[in-house]
Design a protein around this ligand. Structure first.
Ligand code: OOG
Ligand code: NI
Length: 463
């Protein structure tokens, strides 16, 4: 029998092999990430593993896929459900991006601490929004919806195996093998010729719309390894002559603890694709849609921590607009030094980031009563705090990653009112609850605090 987490680990690893064959530069990125991780581990020792064991980090990937309809997304949810991955978070990239990115997204991932430690594979999954009149007029919307309704992304056999794996939480060896084969196949780049005129019609609106709705299949858009020093990785990739996007998205490189998520990518590569021209002949063209991305993960922040992050992002924007020649990351670094607490201890006591707490083995044993505040418990050595890793994404960074890889801006008519989509709509559309990431982190933190309170005899009175 193959359990869900083994299926998830096997799927991630086979997808990685497949993507490496399709996009060789991805393999370079994985190799350089591994080298950087080994160097960081050598230099920092155990500290390097504070946000995840080196075996987790080395195997860690996120993928990105894009689908066209709620029905397709429902099927994706069944396939990832088989792998123990649940929809977490709602991202509206239509609002986060300046150019035309007509999608809303969620991420499928494990939610349980133990499952994350076994294999944290996650997939950023975007859904096209044909009903948004800022991008699609009535005629185009209807052509697009008809086109999408006529395709099948996932064979019924794959979906049946997925349902079985989700219900039974495992599959017999032979069924597991078949499931993995079909699941990886479903995300391979198709050799079927693309209708050139239709693809170009959509591309005028948005390259993302063309990538999703201009073809009769789906494919993995990128697969992202995790690195322990993304600034060093950026330098080494550039040194190897690989053209990276201009900046690292997310928090700046600063002297305090790593927070949230920092990401960067290399530009989408021209890949040969078969195109059918209006006269029916098939030619080889090139499309630039798939790229390589790498990320460094930091500590998960609370709602207050996130509000601070968003405020600083707005401040950086403001200052960058006032000083167009200034270095954006320098501006960000200065603002962070001014506004963000520089130690894990302060982040914990100010309620800005999530930690799990354990009673310290070397706590005071002189018969004194423990204090009841987390700050005092930490300060007086009663408990230790372990940072909780950020397992999710950032809308502004995601928009930046999408955007930096589009060849054209596309078009968008802002006189039109955008179609409304939110987390509740998405939950209804896929018939599964889209979970709130903050609630998941908070639960994890609260469970550890309740345990500490029990062990210290504080009856849940920790504040
Ligand atoms: C997804 C872009 C966002 C991330 O890591 O933030 C993303 C896409 O290009 O489909 O992958
Ligand atoms: Ni990504």
């Amino acid at each position: 029998m193959i359990s869900q987490w083994q299926l998830r680990a096997a799927f991630a690893s086979r997808l990685s092999d497949m993507y490496g064959r399709e996009v060789p530069a991805y393999t370079t990125l994985v190799d350089v990430s591994r080298e950087v991780n080994e160097d960081v581990l050598r230099a920092q020792g155990a500290d390097a593993e504070r946000l995840g064991s080196i075996s987790r980090v080395t195997a860690e990937r996120h993928g990105a896929i894009r689908v066209g309809t709620p029905g397709e997304l429902r099927q994706v949810a069944r396939i990832f459900g088989a792998l123990g991955m649940h929809p977490v978070g709602f991202y509206d990239l239509r609002e986060a991006a300046a150019s035309a990115v007509p999608v809303v997204s969620t991420a499928f991932r494990p939610i349980d601490g133990e499952e994350l430690a076994r294999n944290p594979f996650r997939v950023f999954t975007s859904l096209l929004t044909p009903a948004d009149p800022r991008f699609f007029d009535a005629g185009l919307r209807s052509r697009l919806e008809t086109f999408l309704a006529g395709r099948e992304l996932f064979p019924p056999e794959l979906l049946a195996l997925a349902d079985r794996a989700e219900a039974e939480k495992e599959l017999p060896d032979a069924a597991a093998e078949r499931f993995l084969l079909l699941a990886v196949q479903a995300f391979e780049l198709s050799a079927e010729p693309i209708d050139k005129a239709w693809y170009e019609t959509l591309e005028k609106v948005s390259a993302v719309a063309a990538d999703i709705g201009g073809v009769r299949s789906t494919h993995i858009n990128h697969l992202t390894p995790r690195v322990l020093d993304i600034d060093e990785l950026y330098r080494r990739m550039t040194g190897r002559g690989i053209e990276m996007i201009d900046a690292i998205q997310g928090p700046p490189d600063w002297k305090g603890p790593d927070l949230l998520l920092r990401q960067t990518s290399f530009r989408a590569l021209a890949e040969p694709r078969a195109l059918r021209t209006p006269d029916g002949s098939v030619i080889t063209g090139a499309l630039r849609v798939r790229f390589g991305e790498v990320e460094a993960r930091g500590i998960a922040v609370t709602r207050e921590g996130r509000a601070l992050y968003d405020r600083l992002l707005a401040l950086v924007d403001q200052q960058a607009a006032l000083h167009p020649r200034a270095d954006r990351s320098e501006l960000a670094r200065t603002l962070w030094a001014e506004h963000v607490p520089g130690s894990e201890r302060e982040l914990a006591t100010q309620g800005l980031a999530y930690f799990t707490y354990q009673v310290a083995t070397d706590r005071p044993r002189d018969g004194s009563r423990p204090p009841t505040g987390i700050g005092d418990l930490l300060g007086q050595g009663w408990v230790r705090a372990e940072p909780v890793v950020y397992e999710d994404f950032l809308p502004r960074s995601a928009a930046g990653i999408f955007q930096s890889n589009l060849s054209g801006e596309g078009s968008r008519n802002n006189d039109q009112e955008g179609a409304a989509y939110d987390s509740a709509w998405l939950s209804g559309a896929i018939d599964r609850e889209v979970l709130d990431p903050f609630a998941l982190y908070e639960e994890q933190q609260n469970r550890s605090i309740a345990q500490v309170a029990r062990e210290l005899g504080l009856d849940g009175a920790i504040g």
